[in-house]
Design a binder for this molecule. Sequence first.
Ligand code: UDP
Ligand code: MG
Length: 326
Amino acid sequence: MSDRILLSVVIPVFNEEENLDELIRRCLLACDQTRCRFEIVLVNDGSSDGSAEKIDAAAKNNPGKVVGVFLNRNYGQHAAVIAGFEQSKGDVVITLDADLQNPPEEIPRLVDAMDKGYDVVGTVRLQRQDTLFRRVASAIINKAVQKSTGVMMHDYGCMLRAYRRHIVEAILMCREHSTFIPILANSFARATTEIDVGHEARKQGQSKYSLMKLVMLHFDLLTSMTTFPLRLLSILGGIVSSAGIGFGLFLLLMRIYYGAEWAAQGVFTLFAILFIFVGAQFIAMGLLGEYIGRIYHDVRARPRYFVQRVSGDSNINSETDTKGQK
Ligand code: UDP
Ligand code: MG
């Protein structure tokens, strides 16, 4: 492993007072093992317990190794990680959770995998220590993400990941507010891989995600990935309208064969007409959705591409300059 590579470890911290000492101790050990030059960036996401003081003390006791970033209030895990990215200087940036669910001892293995030249190294949690509800929700989401992004990663929920500098820069260029970092990173990555990692139950404290926060996170994930749900409206409308038309034709035929009594004096005909109009409304909403989807894409203003490097230099500019002077 090269010791010239600079490694940054970015950790979002929200009310993790009880975990911080052990976290920092184990992270320092793990980073030492990599024999890289490293920094640990702890981002205090507006904690209301003693986390801020602990981070301050750690930064003071480990100069050049631990950096604290303090947000003025709670902005959420992904915003905190982005703040850490902004501060980080490493060629390789690793993110992990502060609650010790992701063992810091996996850091050297992530660095090893990065050494093989990947842009992103994801992880798969073996024997995941979370509630059944969380695991089932994750399984559904992972399948959906695989389908819509085409990137076959098995565990998007695990934040123990490594990113190369240019991927981090690309993420920083996305100014959108709702982000889900693993998916955003993969949308810029060329070569990705996954390794298996251990997973532990939360050491101290409770999950910082209430049910509502979890639902909101999944909306972020969905909208950061695709505008397909908006298109779903048109598809639904199309189906309802066609069903209405089919039903109408069916009623007409039955009416011709069996006479007026069969059709219950036109009640069902009304239904058929209603279906057609309801469907038409959905199609119209879907059409609005198409515009909104495009507005959303443009407002987000994600970079269309990202230049990793330019080689060689032309002297066209300097020549025109000198011509201009003549
Ligand atoms: N976190 C954060 N801001 C928040 C919520 C969570 O910085 O608003 C951090 C938290 O301190 C932890 C990580 O994000 O380091 C993951 O949170 P948690 O363990 O509560 O999530 P879970 O494991 O339940 O998905
Ligand atoms: Mg956790």
